[in-house]
Ligand binder design. Sequence first.
Ligand code: XIL
Length: 344
Amino acid sequence: SHGADTLKEASPFPMGVGIRDRVFELPGDWPLLTAHYEYVTPENDMKPVAVQPQPGQWRFETADRFVDFALSKKLKVVGHCLVWAKDDRTPPWFATDGDKPASREVLLARMKTHIDTVVGRYRGKIAMWDVVNEALDDGSAYLRDSSWSRACGEEFIAKAFVYAHAADPDALLIYNDYNNELDGKFEKMVRLIESLHAQQVPMHAIGLQGHYELDMVPFEALERTLAAMQRMGMKVVVSELDIDVIPRGRWWANNGAERATLSKYDPYKDGCPPEILQRQAEQYARLFQLFRKYSDTILRISFWNLHDGQSWLNDFPWKRANHPLLFDREKKPKPAYHAVMREL
Ligand code: XIL
């Protein structure tokens, strides 16, 4: 890291962070934020359910304050997200028309209004947009089953990018997903990229969310993915990086049924043991060694939240004290921070 004192100074890629709602009211967070990061993503405040909970009922107050705050601190803003291609993340009114599912025409028209309004409002103020989030299926299908894919197939993805580009031609437009470096989903992502490019759709980068678990960081799949993106001339952002220190396998295996029991499972509530913090530091170091090899392909690396106390993983998929980030609850650098700094 050549004597640099902050992530931002040390890093060959722009660094960013997803931040908690109402950071503009938390001056205690500002020094850490501005010292280390160049990009900020609002964790929730620009999501469709936040900005348009009912048709034509726009709620921009928090998002506006977020953008004004960021720009006043000379931070660049990543917009997140215009279409979250999951039914439980789409405002319910969007997908229905009376008592029937909304038709392709209705859905696309609503999507266009949404994108025109949101992207248009922040035109020139948002550097990059996560345009479509989580549209690829985790199982055997190509696209995730949703009111979007049922009514429009792949077309809603293409149209979302076309509308976003028309509303702000200078914004960099991203397709964002999780596990899209893994076997199966990776091939679907390549299919999507090829299809969008054949149609000359303005999709400029792939977002790899990067929500990893301590002992399951998919280094090989990630390297294969970065190499493939480099060969295809496709840019990548690592959009939501964190390393969960508490295994979630049992929760997933039981499909959430064990939630009640697991919510009492809080192994590190009195602090994370040093050997776990060390292991996490090693995993972060390996990740950044890999990222450095692809610094011509990676446009940004953003962590999902500023410090452990604010991580969404304290709640998801069950409540417990988690320790996934580079800074602890006192906002002090962890072993993972020093390990990343050594690799940058
Ligand atoms: C999460 C937020 O961090 C939580 O606060 C919220 O309750 C649910 O959404 N992938 C994404 C993000 O693209 O929008 C998600 O953010 C985390 C997973």
